[in-house]
Design a protein around this ligand. Structure first.
Ligand code: FES
Ligand code: FES
Length: 153
């Protein structure tokens, strides 16, 4: 028997070294490739997923730590890209190359879940993901649009 947990609502039982980073389990064992590898040392945020509702950098979460957890990846943030953050990202045309963006979206979605109307300082303090294309201004704008969308439905 391997390590059991839920991914996107589905129960999985993964036979792998318990020290394997959750990122590799998600990508290589479960085939969910929307979550990206950037640095592998918890610096860039490209690998951000939700674990029990909180944003985590899956490159530094060992498989053992996911036992019994509920993990959500970008593939299941919404069934049809209708999450307020996804809609805001689309309307503000945030991505450039796109590589960092699933991690950004997951980080912002978790922030708005815990703090539906963050101040600019709170956004800057909690969204520390790195974008090599420098889309930070559009990210800040899109967060404001997402806050408004979520408020007005
Ligand atoms: S790949 Fe995980 S933080 Fe960069
Ligand atoms: S859009 Fe290219 S790294 Fe962020």
């Amino acid at each position: 028997m391997g390590t059991r947990f839920k991914v996107n609502g589905r129960s999985v039982d993964v036979n792998a070294d318990e020290a394997m980073p959750l990122l590799w389990v998600i990508r290589d064992r479960l085939g969910l490739t929307g979550t990206k590898f950037g640095c592998g040392i918890a610096q860039c945020g490209a690998c951000t997923v939700h674990m029990n509702g909180a944003a985590v950098r899956s490159c530094v979460v060992p498989l053992a730590a996911a036992a019994g957890a509920n993990v959500k990846t970008i593939e299941a943030l919404s069934p049809d890209r209708s999450h307020p953050v996804q809609k805001a990202w689309e309307s503000c045309a945030v991505p450039q190359c796109g590589y960092c963006q699933s991690g950004m979206v997951m980080a912002v979605a978790a922030l708005l879940e815990s703090n539906p109307d963050p101040s600019r300082e709170e956004v800057d303090a909690s969204i520390t993901n790195i974008c090599r294309c420098g889309t930070y201004q559009r990210i800040r704008d899109a967060i404001q649009v997402a806050v408004k969308n979520a408020r007005h439905g």
